[in-house]
Write a protein that binds this ligand. Sequence first.
Ligand code: SF4
Ligand code: SF4
Length: 140
Amino acid sequence: MINMTEDTPKLAFCRRCKKCCTASGSKIVLSKHDIRRLRDAGLTFKVRKDYRLSKMVMENGKCKFLGPEGCVLPEKVRPLDCKTYPVHFIPDGKNRYYLTIALDCPFWNKIPQSYIDYVTREAQKDFAHWSHEEQIGYWV
Ligand code: SF4
Ligand code: SF4
């Protein structure tokens, strides 16, 4: 299993890029489960409602959890969307999901199978906590 706290190839790209952690690139979805996990860790942040989904609000042009060396959140509290990107999972509310790859990420064509396997397991665990409304939220 990948230990994402180590200097993985993806995190090395993220440190230089930071695109999805800034206002120009970010559309980070926060499930209620993500929000609970972050708040339970004592973290405060702004959320905006976007139809059925909640999204992270960028403050001063960037996510408040972005440090000079990338995301400062421990892997276990990082939102699912952040954890899996540029692999993106879209649930359909019927215990299935579509997997897409964001081609605007400079890491997209370097993704090893081990990374896809890791984020797929993380997504499966996380979706078990999503409400039905959240699971169909991408389709509105
Ligand atoms: S776009 Fe890709 S490389 Fe850039 S910060 Fe996001 S995940 Fe990392
Ligand atoms: S939580 Fe971390 S990975 Fe997600 S947008 Fe914020 S800084 Fe980036």
